[in-house]
Design a protein around this ligand. Structure first.
Ligand SMILES: CC/C=C\CC/C=C/CC(=O)SCCNC(=O)CCNC(=O)[C@H](O)C(C)(C)COP(=O)(O)OP(=O)(O)OC[C@H]1O[C@@H](n2cnc3c(N)ncnc32)[C@H](O)[C@@H]1OP(=O)(O)O
Length: 280
């Protein structure tokens, strides 16, 4: 069995194997024929990224790397929302030790996703603000549903996107567009995101999305995996090395900045506005 190191095998039917971790905040189905793994985010209501789901994504990426998966489709079980980004509750009135663990796990997750040797596609089947956008930008290809939004909106919340968030966007859409998008904290509608190259394709529904993601991954069938992986590694090397070199400082900045009263005030007000909106 190609994926024997993966956690508990749950279902095995129609050539698709599924396994899940204990907490079930993600699930993974591996297609026996193609070796492509689909990683579903499933933390209702909005797949906000807390310590637990990040830990599961991170350990799943390790498993997929060990088991030489042929490709990854990263998507959401909660149609309508890809991911609401970082769970603001991890940053609002935080326990500092947990806050550190949270950020370190986010760093680990990004490093693994950004540097994975296998090809990766984000099937963005819903809104993808902030950390949700970061996950999508870390993949090699993005397929997105109509009528959704994507972007790094941190500035609008009164917080600052870290350097490696910025680099992840700059490497996809370039310096000029990134500067304009991030200084405004701009969220892009699907068609706008397509026009600036933030996403690669627009799809009507999940079936079409899976087919387009699979078609992208199929392009690599005849490319020697080692040559592909090394090329990706060289292209992404500088961005990853910069982050790894500065990760202690990045953690320190996150904690120092995130615990400032003014930032806590912004986050508290933002949480209230989200809650008010959901009750309206
Ligand atoms: C200190 C920081 C320094 C540096 C860090 C910088 C990096 C930050 C990166 C981030 O990712 S920050 C997070 C940014 N995320 C957002 O701004 C997204 C906010 N959410 C939304 O815009 C919407 O929720 C949505 C478009 C994703 C979905 O809309 P809808 O389907 O209408 O759902 P609701 O808005 O009603 O939300 C349902 C429920 O979920 C809560 N919630 C939403 N997003 C978050 C979140 N990111 N963290 C925690 N909780 C979230 C929302 O309050 C509702 O809760 P109820 O209790 O009222 O049900």
């Amino acid at each position: 069995m190609a994926l024997r190191n993966l956690s508990k095998l749950k279902i095995h039917k129609f050539g698709i194997r599924q396994f899940s971790k204990e907490a079930n905040l993600v699930s993974v189905a591996v297609n026996d024929k193609t070796g492509v793994a689909t990683l579903n985010l499933q933390r209702p209501p909005v797949n906000s990224l807390n310590l637990e789901i990040l830990s599961e994504i991170s350990s799943t990426l390790t498993d997929l790397e060990k088991n030489k998966t042929r490709g990854l489709i990263l998507t959401s079980k909660n149609e309508g929302i890809f991911s609401a980004g970082l769970d603001i509750m991890e940053m609002y009135k935080p326990d500092v030790e947990r806050m550190k663990k949270f950020w370190t796990t986010l760093q680990d997750t990004w490093i693994k996703l950004y540097s994975c040797s296998f090809p990766s596609v984000a099937l963005i089947n819903g809104h993808a603000p902030a950390g949700g956008c970061l996950l999508a930008l870390s993949c090699e290809y993005r397929v997105m549903f109509k009528n959704c939004t994507i972007g790094l909106n941190e500035t609008q919340l009164g917080i600052v996107a870290p350097q490696w968030f910025i680099s992840s966007m700059r490497n996809v859409i370039g310096q000029r567009q990134t500067e304009s998008a991030l200084t405004q904290g701009r969220m892009f509608k699907t068609e706008e995101a397509l026009s600036i190259g933030m996403i690669d394709e627009v799809v009507e529904n999940n079936e079409e999305g899976v087919a387009r993601a699979a078609a992208f991954l199929k392009r690599f069938e005849r490319i020697p995996p080692m040559a592909r992986a090394m090329t990706k590694k060289y292209i992404r090397k500088e961005t990853i090395e910069n982050m790894v070199k500065n990760r202690e400082e990045d953690l320190k900045n996150f904690v120092t900045y995130g615990t400032q009263p003014a930032v806590q005030e912004y986050l508290g007000a933002y949480l209230q506005s989200l809650k008010k909106k959901s009750k309206a």
